[in-house]
Design a protein. Structure first.
Length: 194
């Protein structure tokens, strides 16, 4: 059983290493790898033979090293694709990776939105949240898909697909409009503003 997980991790690691694109892995992969490591550790604690114990310790060390390297490779691809392309194929992510990705994407979007939409008159020592009018929202229509993000009102918005319509804080909406991701729509009117 332990050797099976070693071979699976090694195969996944090799595929991830030689391919530029993120490779699909089973959604329960990390959970299963944790369980196997725990089983080996339990065997280690019960093992009295020094040679067998030494072999098991080496197996755990190799499995952990490969697993750590695999996780780092995947996170590097997730982060770089997220920053460069703004979106990643979430179906290739495990639940653990998806949670990390969504958290990082939300923080990146918050940084971009707040940085790009800061009024030039705001002083450095001024609290940004008090200078942002909370009642100003715009209706927009998405021209491109957009990942989930945290608005300047600290609410989570998205993810959005092409042609979705949303009411979001004005500063966030203007940042999306300026990047060509969305267009402003007039509520109660029959035309779209560009």
């Amino acid at each position: 059983m332990e050797r099976d997980i070693y071979l699976i991790i090694e195969e996944l690691w090799r595929k991830e290493l030689v391919n530029n694109e993120l490779q699909p892995i089973p959604s329960n992969f990390y959970k299963r790898a944790r369980e196997i490591i725990m089983l080996i550790n339990n065997s280690l604690s019960k093992e009295s033979d020094k040679i067998t114990k030494s072999v098991l310790e080496e197996e755990v060390r190799i499995i952990r090293a490969l697993l750590e390297n695999l996780i780092k490779l995947r996170l590097y691809k997730i982060l770089s694709r997220s920053l460069i392309e703004g979106r990643i194929d979430e179906e290739k992510l495990t639940p653990e990776e998806l949670e990390v990705y969504k958290s990082i994407r939300a923080r990146i979007n918050t940084l971009l939105a707040t940085t790009l939409s800061l009024p030039s008159e705001i002083k450095a020592e001024e609290d940004i949240s008090t200078s942002i009018p909370k009642e100003e929202y715009l209706a927009i229509r998405f021209l491109k898909s957009c990942p989930e993000f945290v608005g300047i009102d600290n609410n989570v918005y998205g993810p959005f697909d092409t042609e979705d319509i949303a009411l979001i804080p004005k500063d966030n909406a203007e940042a999306l409009i300026s990047r060509g991701i969305a267009v402003k729509i007039a509520i109660g009117k029959h035309r779209t503003e560009g």
